[in-house]
Design a protein. Structure first.
Length: 99
């Protein structure tokens, strides 16, 4: 396993940090037959603004399809990006520090 830890552990850490903020609602997207391929791992809102975050372990990059989905969300004015850490997830949301 590259990076020394699982992506699911990073997702859990990011979700925990975001849920600690009173201005954030966050959900983990689970793949299913009803989902859209390439959609980001996390979605929600901060101060009423929709966001989408693709979580990757350090050193990993999103697939072309994942990058295209993030671009679609950005084009619709959503906050969207890739996070390799809690700090990067907060940066996608325009938040500089943990609570």
């Amino acid at each position: 396993m590259r990076g020394g830890f699982r992506e699911s552990a990073l997702v859990a850490e990011i979700v925990r940090a975001l849920r600690a903020r009173p201005d954030v609602v966050v959900r983990k997207r689970h793949g299913s037959a009803w989902g859209v391929a390439g959609d980001p791992d996390l979605y929600g809102s901060i101060d009423g603004r929709h966001f989408e975050i693709e979580v990757k372990r350090p050193g990993e990059r999103p697939t072309r399809l994942q990058a295209a989905r993030l671009a679609q969300w950005r084009a619709s004015s959503a906050l969207a990006g890739v996070a390799h850490s809690v700090e990067e997830a907060l940066a996608v949301l325009g938040v500089e520090e943990r609570w």
